[in-house]
Every structure is written in structure tokens, then in C-alpha cells.
Design a protein around this ligand. Sequence first.
Ligand code: F6P
Length: 545
Amino acid sequence: MNGSATASNTWQTLAAHAEGMRGAHLRELFAADPQRFARFSVEQCGMLLDFSKQRLTAAALHSLHGLWWAADLPGWIGRMRAGEAINHTEGRAVLHHALRHQGTRPILHNGLDVMPDVRAVLEQMRRFCHDIHGGDWRGATGEQILDIVNIGIGGSDLGPKMATQALAAHRQPRVNLHYVSNLDGAHLATTLAKVSPRTTLFVIASKTFTTQETMQNAVSARRWLVEALGEPAVRRHFVAVSTNLGEVTRFGIDPDNAFAFWDWVGGRFSVWSAIGLPLALAIGFDNFQRFLAGAAAMDAHFFDAPAEQNLPFLLAALDVWNVDFLGAETRACLPYSQSLELLPRYLQQLEMESNGKRTGRDGQDAGCATAPVLWGEPGTNGQHAFYQLIHQGGRLIPCDFIACREADFPLPGHHDKLLANCFAQAEALMRGKTADEARAEMAAAHVPEAVIGRLLPYKVFPGNQPSTTLLLPRLDPHGLGQLIALYEHKTFALGAIWNLNAYDQWGVEYGKQLANRLLPIIEGRAKPDGLDSSTAGLIAYCRRS
Ligand code: F6P
């Protein structure tokens, strides 16, 4: 059962806590409790989650813990692990955790253990990485492969691309990785300009193998290769990753060069499958295994830890608190790590495509606010761009700071400054600066009284901006696996609390459907009948000679 958390007593109690906290300031909460950090932080899986800068009292936190039961998280976890079709609108199980499963226990789907197939594809990936890195896989001219171009989009791009960048310090040097996703020909053309057909291998990554962007880019890449090396070269320069091996063969890719995965792997949860092949090529297969093991460690934590210590659940509960009870419409993801530059973009798909929905599992309106708008950039870059608005723009913007205790590129003098900036921003957002403090600062700097009076309103910071800081030991394959799985399970927990199916994406399908209807009109093969005047006007303007 899902006793819809929003209809529970816990939900009502949380609303009362939020009401009772109106007007409270984080600065006062810290002043009133010297133990606040200890009380509102959790260390698990080698990570520290500090949520003491959230606008929470101990009583409110206690009630948030109650969401674990109110949303029947244990029941949902059990159904997911049992291979039930919890993606009910598509009739699919959600078993991506099987892809990183480390033990010998079978994982069942329709009564069959999926693990032998999972291990067979992993073995195929291992051999392929070995052949590419060892120079045994040769292109059509007999030359070694030096560049890998992954063509895919959404989950077939963002995960491996983000992780490839995140693990730059763990790269093996034999091949360069490139990622092409956008339908805009500029993406493919500028990538092809950097590589040679003789030494390039394309990975066509698409769960469905029908996605317009990926198929168009694949066709163009194929044409580029065939023009240079002829048709027979395709089998040495193209491999595919897909659940749709029929379409792979129809495209002309040798079935021996196809890496399978399964419909119980959602696109945005697929980096652990053969969709991770370019990542494995970038960091080496042993590191890819460490990445899987890190995610498996987070699975074990999520499945077994109590609500009070459960990192993914706590992150989910904090989102619920900020969104549903304090009224936040947005959340900033601020990794203080250049290597995690693409993490906000990756999490946008993970969280917003999963829970950016209004219709509950019962077909009714969810009845509460759901996924916030997620955005962000790495610090310190963002500090010189949009942080001004977070500090003084007057909006409630909960922030997730993410940092590593150790640098992945330890240049002298950098990392301590990076951490100082990260913690300082969180502190400033929490404390703010009062008029008295601003006045005293200016007076100490001998600013004339008249100038102080004029500048004072601009120098005041309201503070009370909530944030969470997640500290990882370091950014390595194991740690990154843990981090991504942490957010995956958080997304799952939010779906359960909001009573959403986090695994479909009908909104995206609608856009694809309309684009297919407009294409023949833009190409001049169909009349613009039945279009609104704006769409018709835009098309007419583009077609005007
Ligand atoms: O954006 C919609 C979506 O279906 C994603 O969920 C998926 O990751 C992406 O398109 C790409 O799909 P495919 O891997 O089938 O090409």
C-alpha cells in the first residue's frame, strides 16, 4: 500500500511545525543550540551530510523522519527489489541496482535471475575495453583507435559524460572521449573536425534506438566514415548500446558489436549498464567496476539504514520540507569541484524528469508541490555569476553544497581556498549580515557617517537561506558511484513521498510527437494545416526565401 504521505498525520504535523517556525532565523537557531551541528548532521558511507543550516527544529526533523513510514518507504523498496512493475504506466520493473549488484544473491525479474545476463554484458565490456586499450581492436585501415565518439542523448549521454569529466584524474591515457548529443549539426560537425575516421570509433547509445537526435547524428557520422573509408569500414568503427538489438542490426551495426541492456533500466538510471561503456573506456574497466561497487555500497545503505541515518531519505525529506512546507520553488546544486561541473545538469534529468509531474499514482493530482527547479554551477565560478541573487534577491533558494576533503588535482594552494569559499558561502547564506554589523564594519573602515547612511541598506544581507553541505572524502570511482546512487535513491524516495511514478516521462514524449508532426511541414512536404498562428508564422518565416 502507499498511504499517500500527503494525507498522513505526519504531513499535518509538519505543516504545524512550519507554521510555528515562521519568523525564526537560522542565526538564532545556531545561537540557541551549540550542539546544532552534531544534532543535524549524519556521517555514513564515508560521507558527511551537514543539514544544520536547514530551517529545522529537532521536532520538525523528528516529524520528517516519520515520512519514511508515512510514505511506506520500506514497502516501496521491497517492491523495487522484488522486480515488481513499480513503473506502472509503462508496466516495467525498476532494477538498475542489479547492474551494480556485487553479491551472489539472484535478482529476479519475472521469476528469472537477471544477474547472468548482467555479468555476460559486463564481461563483453571488459573484453572490449581490453582490446581498445591494448590496441588489439583495429580500425578498417589497421590503425589503432585513438578517439571514441559517444552518440546519445539524455540518459544515454549525461551519465557517462558527467562521470567521464568527474573522473578526469582517473583517466587512462590511451583514448580520447567525445560526446555528441545535440541534434544541432554544430555538435557533430565540430567533434568530427577534431578526429580522423581512420582512428575513431563511434558508440551509438540509445535505449530505444529510435531517438531522433541520436539516429540523425548516427546517420551523419556513418556517412562521414563511409565517405572516407567505404562501407565495409562500418563494422570496425561502429558499436551500439541498446535494448533494441533489432534496430541496431537494421542500422547496419554488426550484432557482435552490440551491447545489450534491458527495459527494467530507465534511461536516466542507465550509466551502470552498457551505457557506461564510454566511461569504462575513459577510466578503464577496473575503475568502472569500482564505480559500480561504490553504487552498490550506497544501495546497501539505502536498503538497510534507518530513516534517521539514511542519506538518500534525509536528502529527500529536506526537499519535501523546503518545497512543500517552506514554499521553495527551486534548489541550487553547487559542487565545489570543477570535475563535478556537469553534476547539476545530470541531476536536472534525474530529478526533474523523474519527479517533475503533477499526476499521482492514483491518477489524481498529487495535491502538493513536487520537484523543484534544479539548477547550478560549480563553485567558485557561480559566486561570480548568480550568487548575488541567492544572497540578496529575496527568494527562498535552498542550496546543496558538495565538496571533497581531498583534491583530485592537488595543485599547491588551491584546495584549502576552495573549501574556505564553499564553507564561507554556506555561512554567509545562513547568517546574513545585520544593519548593525554592516554599520560597524563600515565605521571600522573609517567610512564617513553620511556615506554609511546612504550605503547601509545595500550592505545588509537577510541570511536565513537554507543549505546542506555534503562532504565526500575524495572524487574517485567508488565515491562517484556512491554519490550518483545517493541521488538516485533520493529521487526514488521523493517519488514515494509525493506518490509519483518517478520512472516514466510522458511530458518528453509529447514534445517528440509534435516535432515529428512539424518536420514534414518545415521540409515543405506537408501543408501547415491546423497549426496555431505562432507556429505557422515561425515556420513560414524560416521557409521564406
Ligand atoms: O528524454 C527522454 C528520454 O526518453 C530519456 O529518458 C532518455 O534517457 C532519452 O530520451 C534518450 O533515449 P534513448 O536512450 O532511447 O535514445
